[in-house]
Design a protein around this ligand. Sequence first.
Ligand SMILES: Nc1nc2c(c(=O)[nH]1)N[C@H]1C(S)=C(S)[C@@H](COP(=O)(O)O)O[C@H]1N2
Ligand SMILES: [Mo]
Length: 206
Amino acid sequence: MSQKFVSRGFTGKRERAGGQGARVPPGQHLVSDFPVLSAGPTPRTDLARWTFTIDGLVTAPVSWSWADFQHLPVQDFVKDISCVTKWTKLDTRWRGVSVDTLFEHVELDPRAVALIASCDGGYTTNLLLSDALNGQAFVAYEYDGKPLAPEHGGPARLVVPHLYFWKSAKWVRGLRLVNKDAPGFWESLGYHIRGDPWKEQRYTDD
Ligand SMILES: Nc1nc2c(c(=O)[nH]1)N[C@H]1C(S)=C(S)[C@@H](COP(=O)(O)O)O[C@H]1N2
Ligand SMILES: [Mo]
């Protein structure tokens, strides 16, 4: 009983002292809208033609149709996201399939250390497996209880909430396992290879 009283009191104090500020990485500010940032036009892929493929350093590649993908075990995620252009949005609500669940369908080659996500439109981004596993990354197809809007990456996008949002590849169509972490689109144009917002890893040498 006294235990409960103490923890309630502590929570209350922390809220007053820091509140949401404690959830905003350095150099970021909170937004309540959901900005759209795309390097090119929004691709429109017919769901009948959509596939999601895992290949590269796996014993046998696997590919799902849209219908098959809908049968994979799904999870809800509530996450804070931070864009390198300095906005942070709290408690974004997603529904999708974790990378862990996807990887249950392949046998990883022991040399695999990273992946490259590829998308309709040609965008790519790299991720270390240590940033992709254990519930840290998922392929989302619903946002806020509705199908993911095309401008936000629908029909499906990668979401990697603990890294800057450029890692969250919109219109994602596959993950390729590789033996070396190599830069994707923004990473080869001067953005950080990993992009941890809490360490302000914005640009290559940060
Ligand atoms: N395919 C693709 N994915 C992408 C991008 C892009 O241009 N193409 N932009 C990235 C960047 S820089 C950001 S900040 C987020 C923006 O996602 P949003 O438009 O849903 O806010 O998507 C990331 N994923
Ligand atoms: Mo971004």
